[in-house]
Design a binder for this molecule. Sequence first.
Ligand code: ADP
Ligand code: SF4
Length: 693
Amino acid sequence: MRDNKYDILFEPVRIGPHIAKNRFYQVPHCNGGGYRDPSAAAAMRGIKSEGGWGVIFTEQTEMHHTSEITPFIELRLWEDKDIPGLRRMSDAMKVHGALAGIQLAYSGINGPNFYTKEVPLAPSALPIRTFTNDPVQARALDKQDIKNLRRWFVNAAKRSKIAGFDLICLYGAHGFGIFQHFLSRATNQRTDEYGGSLENRSRFAREVVEDIKEAVGDTTAITMRVSLDETIGELGFSNAEVREFVEMNANLPDLWDLAQGTWEDCSGPSRFKEEGAQEILVKGIRELSSKPVVGVGRFTSPDVMARMVRQGVLDFIGCARPSIADPFLPKKIEEGRIEDIRECIGCNICITGDMTMSISRCTQNPTFMEEWRKGWHPERMNAKGDSNTVLVVGAGPAGLEATRALSLRGYDVTLAEATTTLGGRVARERLLPGLSAWGRVVDYRQYQISQRTNVETYFDSRLTAEDVLGFGFEHVAIATGSHWRRDGVARQHVVPMPIDPSMTVWTPDDIMAKVHPENLSGKTVVVYDDDHYYMGGVMAEVMAKAGAKVILVTSSAYVSDWTRNTLEQGAIHVRLDDLGVDIRLNRGVTAIRAGEVETNCVYTGKRSAIGCDAVLMVASRTSEDQLFNDLIARQGDWPDAGIKSVKIIGDAAAPAPIAWATYAGHRYARELDTPDIGDDLPFRREVTQLEPA
Ligand code: ADP
Ligand code: SF4
């Protein structure tokens, strides 16, 4: 049972007309599914209810068609027709006693309205601010527009109530909601009673809260989500102004929901932000109002959570990512199962589902967004099938997750690993600067496996096809990973580029194995990044810290381009610049010669040389699929060896980020011994219902 030092986290707390059963508060978070996948999104929230959260929110819900953020897929509440989909979600949230919350968003200066083709409306006439610099401007709301907007909020509140929500959150944080746009001098340059003084700038928020209270306040709590600091200096809504605003409007909402700066600031990855990083900004705000306060900070440690409440910093522990990585986090604390918490690693892969408008995944929790699509539960596996024994080859994230999940199903699992450590690529990458929290991928699984009596692990076991055939396991999962290519094949080069053998060329594997001299001062290293995720930037950081003069050459217009999807691209650029890395964008490498690399402009093709002592090649990876291919070549010998199946999973099948490997391991474990579905789609899917033609 739970340690009494955590009792404080399980105290009930009032929010307006409702009482939350505990202090665990799942703040709104996107999931890439939204209105396209309503049942998948609803089931995901339902799992959190089962996991013990006291309050569960939707993602941002576009509350009126005059403000929407296409192409991003969130929720919509534009007409009565949207109510059933949202009702499905609130029902799922409430099954196990959580309060159901909906976040209403009017995107104002962030809504380009590509889908509805409406003219965007905002406090002041300024260009729309999105990730993609869309060539659209907003028109300033006139007095009639403001009246209309107030009415639209009331309409949305009434629909939210019919849809079964107990709480309504008015979104004004991360730069993403009309309330912030009114509050900030940067986006509110009005000269009427809605602009100028803070009192005037908060008028709109006051009016909307009062309108909604009057309409549904007897049954519905109203929370206000604002940024703790707009992080653009005095012109913006600064932390000092936030405090003034809360003091001035102390009892306005039923709860203050405080989130830091931009989304990048608030959901900073572990590479750049510690757990509880917002503490200084939030501390003391609670004393300015009698209403409860929720704040976030990638909280995964119950000790930190309890301290936040004990010290009066927060009333509610707000979690988005930690609730994704482990929807059962509250339950595990309640049951005294701290070691079983699957801690978020802060990689922000979940956010990429929203940024790529696909559907989210989580590195730590492969069942995220598959609760409905595949019927996967984060804590329970399907029953064991007819066979009994499985050999998993390779203890990277794919092999470890397969082993963990197979053992839960009841199989006898043997895990064979070539080296003396568990973790594969994660065992190496966790030692890189800023990536230590990623080690939780290994730590969680290592502990879980250690608790199982049906898993045997063998180290120093680099297996051959002969070995595998000699063992006689019924099923074999090959999770042997991949290695970085040295020949430059990636996107610019689909065949190897010319490389002079006298030039030192390292790969990230070499750097992680520390083959390079510890002190590189006086040396020039060209890091060529044609991978575009985090590795190129991390490698440049390692080289710079070893004293080298680093020139980062990349064919993209951004350093670590794909990390725009994990909200860290800007931070990576700043870090490299701080370290003195010379960043050369929009350039490829055409040849590596003795003492220099030849680069080209990706547009003009114009070439120029950079003199250097070594090249660090961050290109693509090659699968370690030799063992798999050898076994396939000997398929005729399987029956005698007692082998029923051999499958290749994770990076060994096709290299990808770590989340793809944990997913592959989990999927393997789920599907073993299940009926062949032939050509059927391997997941459930919702298709828009046709209106009459
Ligand atoms: P993934 O991300 O797909 O899990 P990794 O590269 O992280 O892949 O992990 C692969 C693991 O497999 C590494 O720990 C590696 O040492 C191990 N491995 C590779 N080949 C063999 C082999 N033939 N026998 C046993 N283990 C192997
Ligand atoms: Fe945490 Fe990464 Fe999972 Fe997101 S994807 S919840 S950041 S572990």
